[in-house]
Design a protein around this ligand. Structure first.
Ligand code: DX5
Ligand code: ZN
Length: 233
C-alpha cells in the first residue's frame, strides 16, 4: 500500500497540483496549447470519452502515444470515461500513461482493473460521478494511488461545479488518515479561480481545470493565480 510519505513525495512539496484538461485545448495546435501553459502545469489531464458511458466522444490512445513521444518526462494523467474499462485499459497502458483512472460505475470488476494497472507499473486511479456515494469506494481504497471525485457529470468541459461533492473530500481524508493510506485526492469539473480556495481548503491534492485555463488568453497566468489562491489557505 502506498503510504503517506509517498503522497508527499508525489506532491513535490506543493500544497496542490494542477492538471489542465486538454479537452479544452486547441485540437489543431495541441503543442502550442501545452507551450502556453508555460511550465505552470504539474500534470497533463487527458479525457477519453466513448459516446456510451458518457454522451460525447473525444480521442483515443493515439493522442496519448503522441504526447508520450513528444513529452517523455511529462506526467500524463489519463481519465477514461469508457464502459467497460477492462476492454480498453490494455490499449492505454501500452502508451505509457503516468496514471490511469477509470469509473467505478463502469465495471463490476474494480479490483481486477486496478490490479492490471498496478501490474503495469502505472499509478492506478478510480473515479466516481457526483451522484455516486463516496462510501462505494471504500472496498478498493487500499489499492488505489489516486481517487478522482467528479464535480460535474462527465462528458463535457465548461459545466458548472457541483458543490455537494466537497463533502466527499473530508470522507476520503478521514479514511486515508485512519488507514495509513497514501492515495491522492483529485477533483475534476467546473474548477477555476472563483472556487479554487474552497476546493483547496477541502483537502484536495490535485485539481483538473479545462475551460477556465485554456479559455483564457494566458493559461499560464490562470494556473499561477489559482496556485497563489490555493497556497493562501
Ligand atoms: C469532464 C472531464 C473534465 C473536463 C474538465 O467530463 O472529465 O476533465 O474536461 O473541464 P472543465 O474544467 O471545463 O469543467
Ligand atoms: Zn477528466
Amino acid at each position: 500500500m502506498a503510504g503517506p510519505l509517498q503522497l508527499e513525495e508525489r506532491k513535490q512539496g506543493k500544497k496542490i497540483l494542477f492538471a489542465p484538461s486538454l479537452l479544452s485545448a486547441d485540437v489543431l495546435n495541441m503543442e502550442d496549447s501545452i507551450a502556453r501553459l508555460g511550465g505552470e502545469a504539474d500534470w497533463l489531464h487527458l479525457d477519453i470519452m466513448d459516446g456510451h458511458f458518457v454522451p460525447n466522444l473525444s480521442y483515443g490512445p493515439s493522442l496519448l502515444k503522441a504526447l508520450r513521444k513528444r513529452y517523455p518526462d511529462a506526467f500524463l494523467d489519463v481519465h477514461i470515461m469508457v464502459e467497460p474499462p477492462e476492454a480498453f485499459v490494455d490499449m492505454f497502458l501500452a502508451e505509457k500513461p503516468s496514471a490511469l483512472t477509470f469509473h467505478l460505475e463502469a465495471t463490476p470488476h474494480t479490483h481486477r482493473v486496478l490490479q492490471k494497472i498496478k501490474d503495469n507499473g502505472v499509478l492506478a486511479g478510480i473515479t466516481i460521478c457526483p451522484g455516486t456515494p463516496v462510501e462505494m469506494l471504500f472496498p478498493v481504497l487500499h489499492m488505489v494511488d489516486l481517487v478522482l471525485l467528479m464535480s460535474v457529470n462527465p462528458g463535457y468541459g465548461g459545466q458548472a461545479f457541483i458543490p455537494e461533492v466537497l463533502d466527499k473530500v473530508s470522507a476520503l481524508v478521514n479514511w486515508r488518515a485512519s488507514n495509513g493510506a497514501g492515495f491522492l485526492i483529485q477533483m475534476d469539473g467546473g474548477i477555476g479561480p472563483a472556487n479554487i480556495a474552497e476546493i483547496a481548503k477541502s483537502g484536495c491534492d490535485v485539481v483538473v481545470a479545462g475551460n477556465s485555463v485554456f479559455g483564457q488568453a494566458d493559461p499560464a497566468k490562470v494556473i499561477a493565480d489559482m496556485r497563489m489562491i490555493a497556497e493562501r489557505r
